[in-house]
Design a protein around this ligand. Structure first.
Ligand SMILES: Nc1ncnc2c1ncn2[C@@H]1O[C@H](COP(=O)(O)OP(=O)(O)OP(=O)(O)O)[C@@H](O)[C@H]1O
Ligand SMILES: [Mg+2]
Length: 279
């Protein structure tokens, strides 16, 4: 059974005071003229921290995630990870998109193995297969190893995408609304699985969601973006709920409704005001 030491080591090796990722004064423009999509965006991510980013459509969340992934370049500012500026994609960052982007001609286990092989090219065939199966087990797909994407449900395909991202044991996992297209029941199941895997592996995660309850369940910290154009990072809210929370229990935790009301009030009312001189 492959161990998860590649996940655990970075967290243990860094003091909490030293962030894994430092985002400074990030700005993004797509055209020459007009206001930027967002500007003045600065935040840090600690090792083993689960950070959720929330904001209205079009404020630039995916653009920020794509810059962290190295898929897009910022117009201004920097992203430093482990002392190095991020300028291109790298295997130490795993990305899960809303569309799972699986290779349709490969089975579930072959899709994951493909990623494992590119990340760990010196592993034997058997070791690669073992690792791929291990991560598919973690997301509850042990009965679907040999199914092609077309033979899987949407939720199962999304799980393969998550297993694939985890299997490369990335220093940071980047997820852009990974559960957005799933029905509520499936979404709940995968959220719980994700929470357990992250707790076990001390995975660092940066995730975009539109769902306030999802953020409260998963995140250690919630970043709130104001509306675009020229959106800003308006607030960073620590989640006061204990990490042992579950979907069933979290409503009973002290502070749940205060946090929920705060996030909803931001989205409904204050997100339009921040940076526009009215907050
Ligand atoms: N490649 C691109 N070329 C031009 N404009 C773009 C490009 N990508 C994004 N934009 C614009 O930048 C803004 C932010 O887009 P982005 O996808 O980052 O927002 P988002 O917060 O992720 O929105 P959503 O919640 O709908 O996914 C939008 O106005 C969008 O039209
Ligand atoms: Mg988006």
């Amino acid at each position: 059974m492959p161990n998860d030491s590649a996940h655990a080591a970075p967290a243990a090796a860094h003091a909490v005071s030293r962030p894994l990722v430092e985002v400074s004064m990030l700005e993004k423009r797509y055209g020459e003229s007009g206001p930027p999509v967002f500007s003045d965006v600065s935040f840090t991510i600690q090792p083993a921290e689960f950070v959720c980013l929330i904001g209205h459509s079009g404020c630039g969340k995916s653009s920020i995630l794509n810059i962290l992934a190295g898929l897009e370049q910022p117009s201004g500012g920097t992203v430093i990870m482990d002392g190095h500026e991020i300028t291109r994609p790298g295997l130490e960052r795993g990305v899960v998109f809303q569309g799972h982007a699986l290779l349709p001609w490969l089975s579930a286990v072959q899709n994951v193995a493909f990623a494992v092989r590119s990340r760990f090219p010196t592993l034997s065939r058997a070791e690669i297969r073992e690792k791929a199966e291990h991560y598919l087990h973690l997301v509850g797909l042990h009965n679907a190893l040999d199914k092609k994407p077309a033979e899987l449900s949407g939720g199962m395909r999304q799980r393969v995408g998550i297993a694939r991202a985890f299997s490369t044991q990335p220093r940071m996992l980047l997820m852009d609304e990974p559960f957005g297209a799933l029905d509520a029941l499936t979404r709940g199941l995968i959220q719980e699985e994700l929470l357990q895997i992250c707790a076990r592996t001390r995975q660092t995660v940066f995730m975009i969601t539109h769902d306030v309850d999802e953020a409260i369940l998963l995140a250690d910290r919630v970043l709130l973006m104001s509306n675009g154009p020229d959106a800003r990072l308006a607030e960073s809210i620590d989640n006061p709920l204990p990490r042992t929370r579950t979907r069933e229990s979290m409503h009973h935790e002290t502070g749940f409704y205060d946090l929920r009301n705060h996030l909803v009030d931001f989205l409904v009312r204050r997100s339009a005001l921040v940076g526009k001189g009215e907050n």
